[in-house]
Ligand binder design. Structure first.
Ligand code: NAD
Ligand code: MG
Ligand code: MG
Ligand code: MG
Ligand code: MG
Length: 332
């Protein structure tokens, strides 16, 4: 069973006694910086001179300096810039400013797990990753609650790295909900597998294949869109609230019967064999190497895939249909 830690297991004074740099002010960065500040922690935000996030962080009462200045001032450096650029930010701004006894923190283990960042031996290397988007992390904190976090230590140079990570998690409200101990390896590999096989890749491919099957059989795209994409939210909301059993309790007996007999025909032994290959390519670093090569080449295939799917009938149909749904709020 997983090891869980709560408020009483964490000592907030540890992080209150340190100087924290939060690099990046996006989804996670803003939530960490503001909540740590509200927990009485000495925080500065590190952002490049031209960054659009600067004005926002300053408006919210935070002191903003460059990433290098932040790393130099601080003895706990939380890296919350996009994963593919973390190695560059590390080389340019963090490494020259790291001292023995400092702690390097991450919200995801990608760059440590796959050795794109190799911190020196005298530095603690920790992870505190909320299991939710940054805006929920911040809102829960303000309401006196918290989002569960996972915490890990890759390198314990000082002997106090895990207590420091728990203290940090307490500063953003994580121990109010519960913190689960993990490792950089487990977090990174399961995160990549989950998003590829199930959450993003698996779900998108399932929706597209179902939609195409109906349209190719002569059904109207609008009807196929409702059946294969729109209604998925209702099903996922039920699973989120109460697992598969609540979803099955809520749908009709006919739908539940179809779930049992047809589901395993769609996601079958072949699918699972392919999932195992996907996991092996994550574990042996093939995925990470290929993705960084694609990123550093300027994202040629990524942009091709994005364009092709953007023009897909599923998406063009959806854009029109969502105009009929006053309650669907497409902010972006
Ligand atoms: P984001 O894209 O929302 O924000 C990135 C921020 O970095 C922006 O403020 C951007 O201005 C800033 N930035 C870009 N280049 C920079 C540079 N050179 N120096 C300093 N700042 C720079 O990113 P995010 O989604 O908050 O992800 C940050 C980390 O948190 C990642 O490791 C990610 O895997 C992890 N994470 C994210 C979530 C989530 O819900 N989004 C959840 C768990 C973990
Ligand atoms: Mg994840
Ligand atoms: Mg991920
Ligand atoms: Mg239906
Ligand atoms: Mg139905």
């Amino acid at each position: 069973m997983a090891e869980l830690f709560y408020d009483d297991d964490a000592d907030l004074s540890i992080i209150q006694g340190r100087k924290v740099a939060v690099l990046g002010y996006g989804s996670q960065g803003h939530a960490h910086a503001l909540s740590l500040r509200d927990s009485g922690v000495d925080v500065r935000v590190g952002l490049p001179e031209g960054s659009k996030s600067r004005a926002k962080a300053e408006e919210q009462g935070l002191r903003v300096v460059t990433p290098a200045e932040a790393a130099a001032e601080a003895d706990v450096i939380m890296v919350l810039v996009p994963d593919p650029i973390q190695a560059k930010v590390y080389e340019e701004s963090i490494a020259p400013n790291l001292k023995d006894g400092d702690a390097l923190f991450f919200g995801h283990g990608f760059n440590i797990r796959f050795d794109f960042i190799k911190p020196p031996a005298g530095v603690d290397v920790c992870m505190v990753a909320p299991k939710g988007p940054g805006h929920l992390v911040r809102r829960q904190f303000e309401e006196g609650r918290g989002v569960p976090c996972i915490a890990a230590v890759e390198q314990d140079a000082t002997g106090g790295a895990f207590q420091l990570a728990l203290s940090y998690a307490k500063g953003i409200g994580g121990t109010r909900a519960g913190v689960i101990k993990t490792t950089f390896t487990e977090e990174t590999e399961t995160d990549l597998f989950g998003e590829q096989a199930v959450l993003c890749g698996g779900a998108s491919a399932l929706v597209k294949a179902g939609f195409e099957t109906l349209v190719e059989a002569g059904y109207q795209p609008e009807i196929a869109y409702f059946e294969c994409l729109h209604e998925l939210k209702l099903i996922v909301d039920l699973m989120y609230e109460g697992g598969l059993e609540k979803m099955r309790w809520s749908v009709s007996e006919t739908a539940e019967w179809g779930d049992y007999v047809t589901g395993p025909r769609i996601i079958n032994e072949n699918t699972k064999a392919e999932m195992k290959k996907v996991l092996a390519e994550i574990q042996d670093g093939t995925f990470a190497r290929n993705w960084m090569a694609e990123y550093n080449a300027g994202l040629p295939k990524y942009n091709e895939y994005k364009k092709a799917d953007g023009d897909h009938l599923l998406e063009t149909t959806g854009r029109e249909l969502r105009k009929l749904m006053s309650w669907v709020d497409d902010e972006n």
